[in-house]
Write a protein that binds this ligand. Structure first.
Ligand code: DX5
Ligand code: ZN
Length: 227
């Protein structure tokens, strides 16, 4: 397992969903020097209306990257696949609170040695995830409805980001606060100023002519926006 680093550190996590699936290894290598984690979006066509990739792709990419693999499981039944992700080389997995069974999923992830993430959709209130804050390593607040890359950032989620940051700091928890969806040069500083410390970005990195420069620019903007 690759170490995630110190919780709360500013991190840029490129989402490979926006990369060329026929050339994933080179996409991952291309942004290596200006990014921190690798965000892997896994979709089942049930929890979200799209399908993407699974453990075999994680296993193949593992040979090309020494980054922390941050696997975002948009799955109705993640319990069926967590072991396969751990075996394939995932370092952390994030499951959605909306599917229920959160306590059992957290235990399963811990037993597998995975770093534990919990995600909430834009319309899921902070109160749904708050009871689990002591037990997780990462809280992912979606800033679009999951399923597709390239959507517009939803600024109304910033209130929830602030609430989450306050709760994490008040309780002195070692929990990363990640935002995902529509993160670009405009929205990244807003999310960071609201208290997020991990930025997931797909289109704003891989759909740009120069992904490495785009990743560096995001990080620099984020650094300046830190509270
Ligand atoms: C959306 C995924 C995101 C997505 C982000 O369902 O969870 O990680 O790839 O893509 P952009 O940055 O293009 O919104
Ligand atoms: Zn994601």
């Amino acid at each position: 397992m690759i170490d995630a680093g110190v919780a709360g550190t500013l991190r840029v996590a490129p989402s490979i969903l926006a990369a060329d699936f026929g050339a994933l290894a080179s996409a991952v290598e291309l942004v290596h020097d200006e990014t921190d984690w690798l965000h892997v979006d896994v979709m089942d066509g049930h929890f979200v209306p799209n399908v993407s990739i699974g453990p075999p792709v994680v296993q193949s990419l593992r040979r090309y990257s020494d980054k922390f693999f941050d696997c975002h499981l948009m799955l109705s039944q993640p319990e069926r696949y967590l072991a396969a992700f751990a075996e394939a080389g995932a370092d952390g997995c994030t499951v959605h609170v909306e599917i229920g069974g959160t306590a059992a999923l957290i235990s399963q992830m811990r037993e597998l040695g995975l770093r534990v993430g919990l995600a909430a959709n834009p319309d899921t209130p902070f109160e749904r995830v708050e009871p689990f804050l002591d037990e997780i390593d990462l809280l992912l607040l979606m800033t679009v409805f999951p399923g597709f890359g390239g959507q517009s950032f939803m600024p109304e989620v910033l209130v929830k980001v602030r609430s989450a940051r306050e709760a994490i700091d008040r309780r002195a928890l070692k929990v990363d606060l990640e935002v995902d969806g529509g993160i670009d040069e405009r929205s990244a500083p807003l999310a960071i100023a609201a208290g997020a410390n991990v930025l997931v970005a797909g289109s704003a990195i891989f759909s740009r002519p120069d992904p490495l420069t785009a990743a560096r620019a995001l990080r620099e903007l984020a650094q300046r926006a830190r509270p």
